[in-house]
Design a protein. Structure first.
Length: 238
């Protein structure tokens, strides 16, 4: 039998290739089962910066605004702004709901609802009427939600674990998308209403899901690498 002679200095390379292949396999599995969250992509901006002119109370009421995105997207991160009375006490809760649009207002039941995760509240050092302090909020959805393109939805926010009035107002913006926002007193979703002075509320919808994930190598390519390394090792053993 003809034996294949392999220089000793080649064996570290073989072992290195083996471990690299195994590592590649493990990386491929991880890439296939995990989402990579590395940067935010703006899906919808309801005129962005708040106007410091008004707000709508969001602890005694659920406040809602309509929106639409230009392409099918995964929504998983929301930003909005408030103006809050001195001494108001926020209990740390952000409840969100997504509604389908029914004749220009939110449906009576959300198709998605949850409690915001990784909530960040920051003072902006601005105020409304030199009295109500302005804050920016951001939070992650419990799970990413698939949003269809060119479809009107409504985002509902409630900034409390109960319906006691805490004088926390979802801040308005000068312009906005679609119809003016709506309110549900004490969370009664069958009785959506607009105030006598309709307004648009400031918010931004984002996706933190990166589409630039590493490609998972074909199983056959990984197997082929392992077989080559295995053949070299067997040849040396013989």
């Amino acid at each position: 039998m003809t034996r294949l002679t392999i220089p000793h200095k080649f064996f570290p390379v073989c072992i290195g290739v083996l471990f690299a292949a195994l590592g590649l396999l493990q990386t491929g599995r991880a890439s296939a089962t995990q989402s990579i969250f590395d940067q935010k992509k703006v899906l919808f901006d309801n005129d962005g910066v708040p106007s410091l002119t008004a707000g709508r109370e969001a602890t005694l009421w659920i406040q809602a605004e309509d929106f639409a995105v230009e392409q099918d997207s995964w929504l998983d991160h929301i930003q909005f702004w408030t103006v809050e009375a001195p001494g108001s006490k926020w209990d740390g809760t952000v409840k969100y709901s997504l509604f389908e649009d029914i004749d220009g207002q939110p449906d009576t039941q959300p198709f998605v609802s949850g409690i915001g995760a990784n909530v960040v509240k920051k003072a902006t050092n601005r105020s409304l009427f030199n009295y109500y302090d302005e804050y920016s909020y951001s939070f992650d959805l419990e799970k990413p939600v698939k949003i269809a393109a060119d479809t009107t939805y409504w985002l509902g926010l409630h900034l409390s674990s109960n319906f006691d009035r805490d004088e926390i107002y979802w801040e308005t913006t000068d312009k906005g998308f679609g119809t003016n926002g709506m309110s549900a007193y004490l969370g009664e979703l069958k009785n959506w209403s607009r105030s006598s002075a309709p307004v648009e509320r400031a918010f931004v919808l984002n996706s933190k899901s990166s589409t630039n994930t590493r490609e998972v190598p074909e199983p056959s390519a990984i197997l082929g690498t392992l077989l080559v390394v295995g053949a070299v090792l067997r040849s040396k053993k013989n």
